[in-house]
Design a protein around this ligand. Structure first.
Ligand code: SAH
Length: 235
């Protein structure tokens, strides 16, 4: 039984070959934990040229996606009981790990990918949420959609070999992950910190927490709550 469906409306279905070739995601597809259904917008285009875009009213650069093809593609999708529709746009709310966690309890995500200069404004009415993957502009919504499929799939039960790896990682709490090392102990004069080889689990835990605080304080103070910042400042 498929537990999670991604339905994607896109002009470039080929771009999604990448989703099928990304380790953990490939396994989730093979195990039927997810299904990625691609809806080629071109097939819903108008006239013999299958037109999907047009010039903006009022003038201005570029072309915008017409409403009719996207509405038709959207209406062709069978909706599950627990479904949400996301519109990929640099004007949306910036994607956070907690959004992925929130959506992982659904059973379907419908993703609308833009191209060109963007959308006819009426297309926004289809969306439950408008999502940006960061404050920069890409040429289309395919890479943002792949990011969401990838990030959400790894949170689904049965996808990761060791579910504990989700607990400690960056962005799961407000702190970034601590530094990690593996063998060898010394590599080109760079040594693994002694505490990690000490076998003292209490010490290791303390060291990791401190490193997390230090690292987040130096790199991403914006992620920390005031208590954590205060605690760090006093130490
Ligand atoms: N002129 C538009 C941007 C168009 S970019 C504007 O200023 O809002 C073309 C398409 O790429 C968008 O419709 C969207 O689907 C996608 N896209 C580009 N950057 C994105 C981002 N940071 N996050 C999500 N989608 C993005």
């Amino acid at each position: 039984m498929i537990s999670f469906n991604f339905d994607v409306i896109t002009l470039f279905p080929k771009a999604f070959e990448l989703t099928n070739n990304l380790g953990v995601i490939t396994r989730a597809l093979e195990k039927n934990l997810i299904e990625v259904n691609l809806h080629d917008l071109r097939e819903y285009g108008e006239g013999s040229y299958r037109q999907v875009d047009d010039k903006p009213y009022g003038g201005g650069a570029g072309m915008v996606l017409k409403p009719e093809p996207i509405y038709k593609a959207y209406e062709s999708i069978r909706k599950s009981p627990k479904s949400k529709t996301l519109l990929m746009t640099p004007q949306g709310k910036v994607l956070k790990q907690k959004d992925l966690a929130r959506w992982s309890t659904l059973d379907q995500i419908i993703i609308i990918c833009g191209q060109y200069e963007g959308y006819d404004e009426r297309i926004r009415n289809l969306a439950d949420e408008e999502i940006s993957i960061g404050d920069y502009v890409l040429s289309g919504g395919e890479i943002p959609a792949i990011s969401i499929i990838n990030g959400l799939t790894r949170l689904l039960p049965g996808v990761l070999g060791d579910p504990d790896s989700l607990v400690d990682e960056s962005h799961n709490s407000s702190l970034l992950e601590y530094p990690q090392y593996t063998r060898p102990q010394v590599f080109r004069n760079m040594k693994v910190p002694d505490v990690l080889i000490s076998g003292n689990h209490k010490e290791i835990e303390l060291w990791r927490k401190e490193q997390q605080l230090k690292r987040t304080f130096n790199r991403r103070r914006d992620l920390m709550n005031s208590n954590e910042i205060k605690k760090f400042d006093c130490d």
